[in-house]
Design a protein around this ligand. Structure first.
Ligand code: NAD
Ligand code: AHE
Ligand code: ZN
Length: 375
């Protein structure tokens, strides 16, 4: 198949909010600096639902969504040296070129090399898509487009992993789990003994809990409007549960009251701007740090009284938990193989690509953390 167009199944999002359609799409061969991957497993993340729902200012249609996956390199374009056909890989929506101003700064995991192209659904080389249907282009998404049996990504967006790792599990290391762990370890840098509050106990919030427990937090307070989340959350390190619906006072006040003045670290893992405010305002005066992890809809803005920051609270955000993707995803895979981090525990459902609409449906049900699709 090398050098040839491949026809395969992909779930195409033709329009926002309309069921995805499994189509036979054409996938062009990889050009210079590109890699074509046979995607074997992909999970759904809340961000896919967000873009599908028309809430993403960068959402373009028709497109092929999906960004939490694992597969095997099918072929590589000219000049690609770090991976070859047969390598087991995880596509990374946050690239790492190791050459740009961002990569060299030592201050961020964001990479500037291909971001302009991935934000508009095309490849860098010719600003075109490698996907088409009946000759018409279909946009890429987040530089990954994993809801397709084959995808083409930039070489700076491919992490080569240990071939021993089960792809049907480690696909989760493409987004949600690293994001939560890294928010704690890299962005907040939570110290032993800290009091931590987590808003939203989906996969990302639970991975924050796991990271906080590993960092030695003394209390890990989970906040969710779904009571069913507490039983699940205990297994990931949450020590106390608060449902805002059980309280008349604003949730930030409830937390300040039960923590003698506020938490040391809070994490917003929902994408709700009023919760982001509460997450900042439940932080302890003088030092409390709040990390925004959730992705808010187009047009939404955050607000608080500047006094909250004047008096020492810190507001931060994180993308992919601050992990350098190509360098650190393989390290996370190794940690999973050594049983130092959980992955299997986040997988509550397994379906096939053909059942993807059902999988999107499941995401809105409390019992679903990650649903892994086999392609
Ligand atoms: P999810 O839908 O599985 O989890 C969200 C949780 O929040 C659910 O348990 C839900 O019951 C709860 N919730 C909803 N409204 C609430 C409220 N008002 N108060 C308290 N709890 C509430 O989502 P997920 O896949 O875990 O993703 C979480 C967020 O993180 C999403 O916004 C996603 O887009 C974002 N995300 C960001 C990054 C990043 O790099 N920054 C990476 C992955 C995901
Ligand atoms: N496209 C949206 C922003 C979406 C967003 O913030 N994405 C996160 C990853 S979410 C993964 O589930 C991210 O990494 N952002 C940094 C980046 O470079 O995109 C918008 O508002 O335009
Ligand atoms: Zn994601």
């Amino acid at each position: 198949t090398q050098g040839q167009v491949i026809t395969c199944k992909a779930a195409v999002a033709w329009e926002p909010n309309k069921p995805l359609v499994i189509e036979d799409v054409q996938v062009a061969p990889p050009q210079a600096g590109e890699v074509r991957i046979k995607v074997l497993y992909t999970a759904l993340c809340h961000t896919d639902a967000y873009t599908w729902g028309g809430k993403d200012p960068e959402g373009l249609f028709p497109c092929i969504l999906g960004h939490e996956a694992a597969g095997i390199v099918e072929s590589v374009g000219e000049g690609v040296t770090e991976v070859q056909p047969g390598d087991h890989v995880i596509p990374c929506y946050q690239a790492e070129c190791r050459e740009c101003k961002f990569c060299k700064s030592g201050k961020t995991n964001l990479c500037g090399k291909v971001r302009a192209a991935t934000g508009v659904g095309v490849m860098m080389n010719d600003r075109k898509s490698r996907f088409s249907f009946n000759g018409k282009p279909i946009y890429h998404f987040m530089g990954t487009s994993t809801f397709s049996q084959y995808t083409v990504v930039h070489d700076v967006s491919v992490a080569k992993i240990d071939p021993q790792a089960p792809l049907e599990k480690v696909c989760l290391l493409g987004c949600g789990v690293p994001t939560g762990l890294g928010a704690v370890w890299n962005t907040a840098k939570v110290e032993p003994g800290s009091i931590v509050a987590i808003f939203g106990l989906g996969t990302v919030g639970l991975a924050v809990a796991e990271g906080a427990k590993a960092a030695g937090a003394s209390r890990v307070i989970g906040i969710d409007i779904d009571n069913k989340k507490f039983d699940i959350a205990k297994n990931f390190g949450v020590t106390e549960f608060v449902n805002p619906k059980d309280h008349e006072k604003p949730i930030q006040q409830v937390l300040v009251d039960i923590t003698d003045g506020g938490v040391d670290y809070s994490f917003e893992c929902i994408g709700n701007v009023s919760v982001m405010r509460a997450a900042l305002e439940c932080c302890h005066k003088g030092w409390g740090t709040s990390v925004i992890v959730g992705v808010a809809a187009s047009g939404q803005e955050i607000s608080t009284r500047p006094f909250q920051l004047v008096t020492g609270r810190v507001w931060k955000g994180t993308a992919f938990g601050g992990f350098k993707s190509r360098s650190q995803v393989p390290w996370l895979v190794d940690k999973y193989l050594k049983k130092e981090i959980k992955v299997d525990e986040y997988i509550t459902h397994n379906l096939t690509l053909g059942e993807i609409n059902e999988a999107f449906h499941l995401m809105h049900e409390g019992g679903c953390l990650r649903c892994v699709l086999s392609l």
